[in-house]
Design a protein around this ligand. Structure first.
Ligand SMILES: CC(=O)[C@@H](O)[C@H](O)COP(=O)(O)O
Ligand SMILES: NCC(=O)COP(=O)(O)O
Length: 237
């Protein structure tokens, strides 16, 4: 069974665009769990352009499913995660000015750094996952860091799938088989959607969790807009 963790970054983006508290990210997190989501993911970035560090703290008492915090383990992020103690931390090597995550770790080059950081989180009872491209050497390198899980970076798969090219699932299948044989748990994320999720899930053995944000929020708008328009029209009669 694969758990769905809803990434609520985009709810914070919308809230921040008006400076108030609409939509409220904590209420949204409570709702997605009430509707069946099995986890809540946030990715606080250093510029706090969407999720703020204070959101991470405010969410803690309300996330009773899996709480997953993603980010680059710079000092401020590490302190935040060690304070909040989520279920899982997902380490992502993104640059401060990155528009969104755009690469997995080089687990070989950054092995010593990752070993130290991962140990620190695990010693505090926090499960670790590291964001990786579907490259066999990088999966072996991930194993050597001591991480509990990997998160497969699915942007390349999603892009090819949207063009009708399904063969690019192959490196993800090979990487998953290797991860399973090494005892690494497998998560996946980035640009997964209603369109591609079933194909991805059916092909990846041992997929434990997917975190989905951008497409899921856009799909919620598309699928919810008719209902809301009807409600306005009713009030305007
Ligand atoms: C690691 C990953 O793929 C997601 O966290 C994604 O990067 C979402 O972050 P943004 O919402 O800032 O694009
Ligand atoms: N880890 C991936 C994630 O949380 C959401 O990525 P996306 O669906 O916003 O691309």
């Amino acid at each position: 069974m694969t758990k769905l963790s809803v990434n609520i970054n985009k709810i914070a983006t919308l809230r921040n665009s008006r400076g108030g508290d609409v939509p409220n990210v904590v209420e949204f997190a409570k709702d997605v769990q009430r509707f069946g989501a099995e986890g809540v993911t946030i990715h606080p970035r250093p510029d706090e352009r969407h999720i703020r560090y204070q959101d991470a703290r405010d969410l803690k008492p309300e996330v009773y499913t899996e709480y997953n915090i993603e980010g680059n383990p710079i000092e401020s992020f590490m302190n935040l995660v060690l304070e909040v103690k989520p279920t899982q931390v997902t380490l992502v090597p993104d640059a401060v000015d990155a528009i969104t995550s755009n690469a997995g770790w080089d687990t070989i080059k950054h092995k010593d750094f990752l070993v130290d950081v991962i140990k620190e989180f695990q010693n505090n009872g926090i499960r670790t996952s590291i964001f990786v491209d579907p490259i066999l050497e990088q999966i072996e390198g991930a194993k050597a860091t001591g991480t509990d899980r990997i998160e497969l970076y699915t942007e390349a798969f999603a892009h090819q799938y949207s063009l009708g090219i399904k063969d690019d699932i192959a490196p993800y299948i090979e990487s998953s088989k290797l991860a399973n044989s090494l005892g690494l748990g497998i998560n996946a994320g980035h640009d997964l959607s209603l369109d591609n999720i079933q194909f991805f899930k059916e092909n990846i053995p041992g997929l434990l969790e997917v975190s989905i944000g951008h497409a899921l929020i856009a799909e919620s708008l598309y699928l919810g807009i008719e209902n809301v328009i009807q409600m306005y029209l009713h009030k305007l009669k």
